[in-house]
Design a protein around this ligand. Sequence first.
Ligand SMILES: C[S@@+](CC[C@H](N)C(=O)[O-])C[C@H]1O[C@@H](n2cnc3c(N)ncnc32)[C@H](O)[C@@H]1O
Length: 251
Amino acid sequence: MNESNNKNNATFGFKKVTETEKKNLVNNVFTSVTERYDLMNDLMSFGLHRIWKKYFILCSHIKKGDKVLDLASGTGDITKLISEEVGKKGLVVSCDINYSMLNQGRNNLIDSGILGNIFYVQSDAQLLSFENNSFDHVTMAFGLRNTANISSALDSIYNVLKPGGTIQVLEFSKAEKIIEKPYDIFLNNFVPFLGKYVANDENSYKYLAESITIHPSQKDLIKKMESSNFKNCKYNNLSFGVVSIHKGYKL
Ligand SMILES: C[S@@+](CC[C@H](N)C(=O)[O-])C[C@H]1O[C@@H](n2cnc3c(N)ncnc32)[C@H](O)[C@@H]1O
């Protein structure tokens, strides 16, 4: 264990924890919510997450034959869309740290009759062991916020991208002023309420709300991407900044 793992330099919601503690706590959250994860996403976002995800892939410019790493792939929504984009000559690696989520994703994708172009890998985004310079694109949807150390995940992603490759992150962000108040009430009351009565797990959905509140703003995330050497970094807001898409290039 290195020295930084002993310090409370990570956050689990509003709590300061060590990176190792965050990893374990986040792992417990996703093991606990796996079964109701897809239903909760539909209820919490009123189905909007499906549109965000489709638009995210539309912006990615992933093409036939590409080799793509979908990080924090969870129950497989993004992996499925990428699998269709890259076609039979391409491939997508569906990668998640949590066995339960990865396995649920695999089952979902098999049920939906996807192409045979998907590989499943259980790994921490911060410790990717793929060869350097091996992917055309890396995508990460609603995952970066859950890593114990965002910069270390970005560094690790940078290494596995080919020169000219792109990173694209879909993540909750700072909502615009116009919806700030109602969104805050929605996040801190309605989301844990749904978590309690639908997923039978109020605490995991409190964590979700808190983790969104403290996640770096759009501009701060750009700074982190630039510190990890990504170039031409930009973002665009969806749904008044409730979520944003960040993109950067390895040149
Ligand atoms: C909110 S889910 C997102 C799932 C999927 N991408 C989606 O958009 O529906 C977050 C996922 O990130 C995974 N995750 C958390 N920390 C991770 C890490 N350090 N490395 C890889 N995956 C991680 C969790 O296990 C979980 O499956």
